[in-house]
Design a binder for this molecule. Structure first.
Ligand SMILES: [Zn+2]
Length: 402
């Protein structure tokens, strides 16, 4: 189980960290005014003991859950200033436990830990809050363990589950939850958030907001990291550069390699830290020898890390593919003559050329080919490079020099 903090940004209230989700604030705020000691009144204000936060990736599902958790623990309903608010948002509050996974599935052991915790009385005077960040990844066993706990919660227990859509959660579980639906934040909302929290200038914030298409984490990375921006620029330049079969193969190789580089940059630190923790846990460093149990533990860790690296690599490729889709979508928008800001506004000239050299139907087919590749990349056993090669070939201009 890993307990993690949200963005670490402190605002005037806990709700300030929710980007573009104003519609939710009154609902959560009202529910948070209900006292844990008053079980009779809580239902009138929409308070319930199980919540399901849904929304597209990057819309801030777990941030919303954390803000709500802070409001529930705060004596002032989420002031953002007190000790309760600070510790919840920093991930160190004793009565708020969060589970998230880097793996493809969330297993029964992690959920059992949480269920055990849910049965305890809160250390403070309010609620015992359990947040499951990836409720869509629960294994069948984990789902069963969770269902039992959600069916019969302790008097002060609050469950908050997060998933992309309601369909991702077992019907028996979701029927017991109050649904909180996040929407994709708009570009102006994201722009204002980046300016306020990162202190970047408006042009940079607006670029990152547009290019991220409402994914907050991605927007932050684009706003503050030049390498991330450079990698994205490379991807969005492909449609204008693909002419021959050799171009397509080169682009596929590049995208696979660049994604691996980005994924490795994230996982390398994490891997090293976990290995150091393992070594310390088995006394390898202090005593200078390896107990018998160390070997199996190390190989289990390495297996997990390898799986995580694979998944991270696929995630980065997937984001690149969505960037690529944004270029063809822009071309379709431009061809339709709609007077709107393009996602890739700074590449308007190249996109105009793409429009001149193609048709909306062709670009729609290309988007179809990219989505097909995304589907294939969900399979654990496929070779990303082969999938990307087939996809890039499908993006070539018809009858080109092949
Ligand atoms: Zn507070």
């Amino acid at each position: 189980m890993s307990v993690d903090s949200v963005s670490g940004v402190s605002g005037v209230s806990v709700w300030d960290n929710l980007v573009g989700q104003r519609h939710l604030i009154p609902i959560l705020q009202t529910a948070a005014t209900v006292s844990a000691d008053d079980p009779e009144r809580r239902f009138g204000k929409g308070m319930t003991q199980s919540w399901l936060f849904t929304g597209p990736p990057g819309s801030g599902r777990s941030n919303a859950a954390m803000a709500f958790a802070a409001a529930l623990q705060c004596p002032h309903g989420g002031c953002g200033q007190c000790h309760e608010c600070h510790t919840v948002l920093a991930g160190s509050h004793a009565d708020v436990n969060l589970v998230r996974t880097e793996k493809l599935t969330l297993g029964v052991d992690e959920i059992r830990d949480l269920v055990r915790q849910s049965a305890l009385s809160p250390a403070g005077s309010r609620w015992q809050i359990l947040i499951v960040e990836d409720a869509d990844r629960l294994t069948e066993q984990a789902n069963n363990a969770l269902l039992k706990a959600v069916e019969e919660p302790g008097a002060r227990t609050v469950w908050m589950l997060c998933a992309p859509t309601v369909e991702d959660v077992l019907p028996t579980i979701r029927s017991r939850c109050r649904l909180v639906t996040l929407t994709t934040p708009t570009a102006p909302d994201v722009t204002a958030f980046l300016q306020r929290t990162l202190g970047v200038d408006e042009a940079r914030a607006a670029y990152a907001a547009r290019a991220s298409q409402g994914h907050i984490g991605r927007a932050k990375a684009l706003a503050r990291d030049d390498d991330t921006r450079r990698r994205r620029e490379q991807v969005v330049s492909y449609p204008g550069r693909l002419t021959t079969l050799a171009d397509a193969l080169r682009a596929a190789g590049e995208l696979a390699a660049v994604s691996k580089e980005e994924a490795d940059a994230v996982t390398a630190d994490l891997d090293a830290r976990e290995k150091a923790d393992l070594d310390a846990g088995y006394g390898v460093v202090d005593r200078g020898r390896r107990p018998r149990e160390y070997g199996p533990a190390l190989s289990a860790l390495e297996k997990d890390q390898k799986r995580r690296a694979t998944r991270r690599h696929r995630d980065v490729i997937d984001r690149g593919l969505m960037d690529l889709v944004s270029v063809y979508r822009d071309a379709i928008t431009l061809a339709a003559g709609a007077p709107v800001t393009l996602v890739n506004e700074e590449h308007r000239r190249e996109i105009e050329q793409l429009v001149a050299a193609s048709t909306p139907e062709l670009n729609l087919q290309r988007i179809g080919a990219i989505f097909e590749a995304r589907e294939q990349l969900l399979e654990f056993n496929v070779q990303p490079q082969l999938v990307l090669e087939a996809m890039m070939v499908a993006l070539l201009p018809p009858g080109g020099d092949q």
